[in-house]
Design a protein around this ligand. Structure first.
Ligand code: ADP
Ligand code: GLC
Length: 492
């Protein structure tokens, strides 16, 4: 154990770092729709290296059952109260290589989609909240800290502290990590009463009321012992109305308990020199393999196989957050004037998907999209593209830009949240940088940044310098895990 942690433990009169249970709607590699899964699937492994016992509790989703049913061990069964309902809860245990995961089984709530949307999703995760809190005392593990993630698990601290008096849940410490404040879990208060039996005294602006709705995220922000988000910049941004989605009041009120810890990526899963998804592997000293990956990607996507043309790519959920409207605004202008290729791997908003399908028709051989979700293809895109476009309106942290850099693909980002904290923009005077950036949410600024990238592409010595520094940057999770370990210790 590091001396710093030994000293911190001594100060607190303890011999061990605390045991932590992470509660989350998704966890890679079991279930994933975005970066939340990556973080929850990577943090426990990195904490283990520090000597901590951190485990995960997550729903036993259909996708997990389909793949891991023969590997799980049944632990116990009980019935949880969800208002007037009495619902089956099965707790299963899955030991992955270096991580222990508890799975909450209920075919009715988790037999289908990870997120059902709307009111059905609210009920899904109200159930999960209740199941987690009721299961905690019976686990073969004694956590001291419950680390909740996003609105789906944000009610755990509130209920733990208000409905479990005398139980061990009341004495636990709760950390709430905000991965995305745009999703808050809102409904009428009668629904929260019906599902979770919340007392009407909590339906006030001091507690979980916001703009005439009950708000799960707000309940969590009020009751969690500590709050953090996934980059220092986003921790500052969400105190401002533009980014806070209405929660600036409570976030400013609790700013002393709010901090930012940048995520990392799994350097084993994302490693161009050991990646089974690539036709050829490479590292920063042998970039020939990257050129071969580019040709393989072009061939797979039906693009003209040309090594000399810059290939811009996006790997993304297609939502308002990710800035696709900026891309849509300048794509024709760029495609008509520049010798470039553009590709997208993503799924989401129908109007953006349709835009890409139509553009593909206009620029055959130069532009293409794969509308869907594909982990293996994403690795080939990170390896084969020259630039990753990520002009987010807001970005709590962002993992795609870090993964891209690890594969020597230069990110083009808007300076917001974690993008600002991880991408060092190219400086034409010193040659420093590991990507490109622009400040305002403005399509023409994006176009200029893409043009700067194309200029660099034509200067191999500049381009190679940027690729090298991108690949040398350390975005592993170890640094983040140390910060989490410090935060957990402060909470005790
Ligand atoms: P967010 O969580 O907001 O979607 P992040 O950048 O934090 O954004 O994480 C996105 C993660 O999901 C990355 O690992 C990225 O590679 C992956 N991803 C996003 N869309 C797709 C897709 N269509 N196919 C495969 N992987 C995807
Ligand atoms: C959210 C954010 C993303 C972040 C991820 C993991 O999905 O949109 O920026 O990287 O969570 O924390």
């Amino acid at each position: 154990m590091k001396k710093e942690f030994r000293d911190l433990l001594k100060e607190r009169g303890r011999s061990e770092l605390p045991a932590v249970l992470l509660a989350s709607a998704e966890c890679a590699p079991l279930s994933k729709t975005g970066g939340l899964a990556d973080v929850v699937g990577t943090l426990p492994k990195a904490l283990k290296k520090l000597g901590m016992d951190a485990r995960v509790i997550t729903p036993y989703h259909r996708v997990i059952k389909d793949k891991y049913a023969d590997k799980v061990e049944h632990m116990f069964t009980f019935y949880a109260r969800l208002g007037w309902r009495s619902e089956y809860v099965g707790i299963e245990k899955l030991v992955l290589d270096d991580m222990i995961v508890y799975l909450v089984d209920n075919e009715h709530y988790f037999g289908d989609k990870i997120y059902r949307g709307g009111d059905a999703e609210l009920e899904q995760y109200a159930f999960f909240t209740r199941a987690v809190l009721d299961a905690i005392p019976n686990l073969d593990f004694r956590p001291e800290i419950i680390h909740c993630n996003d609105w789906h698990t944000a009610m755990i601290p509130m209920l733990g502290k208000t409905q479990y008096q005398g139980g061990m849940q009341e004495g636990l410490k709760y950390l709430l990590t905000i991965h995305n404040i745009a999703f808050q879990g809102k409904c009428g208060f009668d629904r929260v009463q019906d599902l979770l039996g919340v007392d009407s005294r909590y339906y006030t602006p001091e507690f979980m009321e916001l703009d005439g709705c009950a708000n799960f995220m707000k309940g969590g922000l009020v009751f969690a012992d500590r709050i953090n988000t996934v980059s220092p910049s986003y921790a500052e941004e969400i105190k401002m109305p533009y980014y806070a989605e209405g929660l600036q009041g409570i976030l400013n009120a609790r700013s002393a308990q709010l901090s930012g810890i940048i995520n990392g990526i799994d350097k084993v899963v994302f490693n161009p020199s050991h990646d089974d998804n690539l036709p050829v592997r490479y590292d920063k000293g042998h970039l020939k393999g990257k050129a071969l990956c580019k040709a393989a990607l072009q061939e797979k996507m039906g693009l003209d196989i040309r090594p000399d043309v810059p290939l811009f790519a996006m790997v993304t959920r297609m939502t308002e957050q990710k800035g696709f409207d900026l891309v849509a605004c300048v794509l024709d202008d760029l495609m008509n004037r520049e010798d470039m290729q553009f590709m997208l791997l993503g799924t989401g908003d129908e109007r953006f998907e349709n835009f890409m399908r139509a553009a593909e028709y206009r620029y055959r051989g130069r532009l293409c999209s794969f509308i869907g979700y594909s982990e293996p293809l994403s690795h080939l895109v990170y390896a084969g593209a020259d630039f990753l476009v990520m002009p987010s309106r807001f970005e709590p942290c962002g993992l795609s830009q870090m993964i891209a850099m690890r594969y020597g693909t230069l990110p083009i980002v808007r300076e917001t949240g974690g993008l600002k904290d991880t991408v060092l923009p190219y400086n034409q005077f010193t040659g420093e940088g590991n990507g490109f950036s622009f400040a305002n949410y403005d399509a023409w600024e994006l176009r200029d940044a893409m043009r700067t990238a194309m200029d660099c592409y034509r200067k191999p010595e500049v381009m190679n310098g940027l690729i090298r520094s991108a690949m040398e940057a350390d975005f592993g999770f170890d640094r983040s895990a140390e910060e989490y370990a410090r935060l957990y210790l402060w909470m005790l």
